[in-house]
Design a protein around this ligand. Structure first.
Ligand code: ATP
Length: 459
C-alpha cells in the first residue's frame, strides 16, 4: 500500500508517517523545522515536485524542494541565521538553495549523514513564454499558478506544511493524483512542449523511469513539437541529457528519444549505440587496470555515448550541446581511438607505431576506449601499455649529450631522441648502455649528418 492508495480513502491528506517512511526520520524532522519557521512567520509553505511524486508512489527520496508564497531568499536566510550553513539565491527566478554544514546539523540536532546536502526554496511564481523555447518571464504568483507552470501533472502536486492545520493537505490543482494512479505522464496545456521543448526529454525520462505511459493527447503534442528542439540552447539540452545518463534506464530513454526522431532534431547524426546500456553498466562496474583518479565522470559518459560516432559528427554534437573544450577533446579522441581499433589489435603493428597515436590523448578518452573495446583484449592491452609504460618512457640520452658529442643542434635532435625512445618502447633496448650503442650506430649510419657538418665529424 502506497501513500497514493491512502489518498483515495482520505482525499487530500498525506499523513506524517508516510513522510517519515519516504524521507527518513532526520529529513522529515528537518521538514518539520522548516515548516515551523514558516508557521512562525505566517508564511505558506509547500513541499513540491518530484519528491512528493516519489513519496506518493511509496519511493524513498533524498530531495527537499519547497515553494513559499513570499520571498524565498529572505526565508532561507532566516533559517541560515538560526541554523548556519550557506544560502545561494538566484534572484531572476526567486529561488534560494540552503546548503547544510556539520555545524547546521549540530544546531538542528540531526545527524548530518541522514540529511540532504541542500534544500531548495522557490517563491511561488507564474511564467509566460515570449517565444517558443525561450526562457520564461516570471512573476510572483500563488501556489496554484506555480503548479500550473510545471511540466507534468504528476510533478504539479503540493503538500501544504504551513499553515499546518489540517496536517499535510495535498493540493492537486492539475489532476496529478489521478494521473499517478493511471500511471501516465500528461502535460498541462497544448503549448507546453512548444514553450519548453526540454520537456520532451523529461517526458521520456519520467515515462521510462517510472514505467508509465504517455497520455495520448500529450503524445500528439510531443511529436508536433519535435522540430522545436532545434531552437533550444545547447546548455539546456545538455543538462537534461546529463540527467538522463545517470538514470538506470539511460540507454532505453535515449533509444526511445532516437526512435521518436528527437535526437536528430537536436543534431543530425546524433544516434546512441545499441550497446550503450552495456557500456554504461560496464563503466559502473569496471575500471581499467591503471590509476584513473582524475577522470571527469560526465565527460566519460559523453565519450561512451558519442564514441562510436564518426569524429567530425561527434564534435558537431558535442559543440551543439555546449560541452566544454576538455570534454569535446575527450569525445573526439575516443572516436579516433575507436577508428583505429583494428590497428591497435594488430600484432604486426609495432608498439612504437601505436604509442604516438595514443599517448598524448586525454586519459578520459583512453578510459572510455578501454571500456568500449572490451571485446578486444589486444587493443585493451595496448591502451594499458600506453598508460602504464609507454607514456613515461624517456631515453637516457638528452639533447645535451648529443651536443657534447659534437652534433650541431637542429630538428634532427628530436628525431634521434624519438628513435631512441621508440627502441625502448619496442623493447629493442633495455638499458642505457644498449641505448648508447644504438645511438652510435645511428650516428655512424650518416642518416643524421647535417648541412655543412660532414657526418664523419659527428663521430
Ligand atoms: P528527479 O526525480 O529526477 O529529481 P524532479 O521531478 O525532482 O526529478 P527536477 O528537474 O529536479 O525534477 O525539477 C523539480 C520540479 O520542477 C519538477 O518536478 C517540476 O515540477 C519542475 N520542473 C523542472 N523542470 C521543468 C520544466 N522544464 N518545465 C516545467 N517544470 C519543470
Amino acid at each position: 500500500m502506497t501513500p497514493l492508495d491512502n489518498t483515495s480513502s482520505q482525499p487530500g491528506i498525506f499523513d506524517r508517517s508516510a513522510l517519515v517512511r519516504g524521507l527518513g526520520e532526520a529529513a522529515a524532522r528537518l521538514a518539520d523545522i522548516v515548516a515551523m519557521q514558516a508557521q512562525d512567520q505566517q508564511r505558506s509553505l509547500y513541499l513540491v515536485g518530484g519528491v512528493l511524486r516519489d513519496l506518493l508512489l511509496g519511493q524513498r527520496s533524498a530531495d527537499l524542494d519547497f515553494v513559499i508564497e513570499s520571498d524565498a531568499s529572505t526565508f532561507a536566510r532566516g533559517l541560515q541565521k538560526r541554523y548556519g550553513g550557506q544560502v545561494h539565491a538566484h534572484q531572476p527566478f526567486g529561488t534560494a538553495k540552503w546548503s547544510l554544514s556539520a555545524d547546521s546539523a549540530d544546531r538542528l540536532g540531526l545527524p548530518l549523514a541522514d540529511l540532504p546536502q541542500h534544500i531548495d526554496f522557490a517563491r511561488a511564481r507564474s511564467e509566460t513564454y515570449a517565444e517558443p523555447a525561450a526562457l520564461p518571464d516570471t512573476k510572483p504568483g500563488s501556489i496554484v499558478d506555480d503548479m500550473q507552470r510545471r511540466d507534468f501533472s504528476v510533478n504539479a502536486l503540493a503538500l501544504r506544511l504551513s499553515p499546518n492545520a489540517p496536517y499535510g493537505q495535498l493540493l492537486d490543482a492539475c489532476g496529478g493524483l489521478q494521473d499517478l494512479r493511471n500511471q501516465q505522464i500528461r502535460v498541462l496545456h497544448d503549448r507546453s512542449f512548444i514553450d519548453d521543448p526540454t520537456r520532451i526529454l523529461r517526458a521520456l525520462r519520467f515515462t521510462t523511469r517510472l514505467n508509465f505511459k504517455i497520455n495520448a493527447q500529450t503524445a500528439v503534442w510531443l511529436r508536433d513539437a519535435l522540430p522545436m528542439l532545434g531552437r533550444v540552447s545547447g546548455a539546456r539540452l545538455r543538462k537534461e541529457i546529463d540527467r538522463i545518463m545517470v538514470e538506470k534506464p539511460a540507454s532505453e530513454i535515449l533509444l526511445r528519444l532516437n526512435d521518436l526522431g528527437a535526437l536528430k532534431e537536436i543534431q543530425p547524426g546524433f544516434r546512441p549505440s545499441k550497446r550503450l546500456a552495456d557500456d554504461l553498466k560496464r563503466a559502473k562496474e569496471q575500471e581499467p587496470p591503471w590509476q584513473s583518479a582524475d577522470i571527469d565522470a560526465p565527460a566519460l559518459r559523453w565519450c561512451l555515448l558519442l564514441g562510436a560516432h564518426e569524429d567530425t559528427v561527434a564534435r558537431c554534437i558535442a559543440k551543439r550541446l555546449d560541452l566544454n573544450r576538455r570534454q569535446i577533446n575527450s569525445v573526439s579522441a575516443t572516436c579516433r581511438i575507436l577508428a583505429i581499433a583494428e590497428d591497435l589489435a594488430d600484432p604486426l603493428r609495432r608498439p612504437s607505431e601505436i604509442a604516438p597515436r595514443l599517448e598524448k590523448l586525454p586519459p578520459t578518452a583512453l578510459h572510455a576506449a578501454w571500456l568500449l573495446l572490451h571485446d578486444s583484449s589486444s587493443a585493451q592491452e595496448r591502451l594499458r601499455l600506453t598508460m602504464q609504460r609507454w607514456r613515461t618512457i624517456r631515453p637516457c640520452t638528452t639533447g645535451h649529450d648529443l651536443r657534447a658529442r659534437g652534433l650541431p643542434p637542429g630538428p634532427h635532435y628530436k628525431r634521434i631522441l624519438e628513435q631512441l625512445r621508440s627502441a625502448w618502447i619496442d623493447g629493442d633496448v633495455q638499458s642505457c648502455e644498449a641505448e648508447r650503442a644504438l645511438l652510435q650506430r645511428l650516428l655512424e649510419s650518416g642518416e643524421y649528418a647535417q648541412g655543412d657538418q660532414p657526418s664523419a665529424r659527428l663521430l
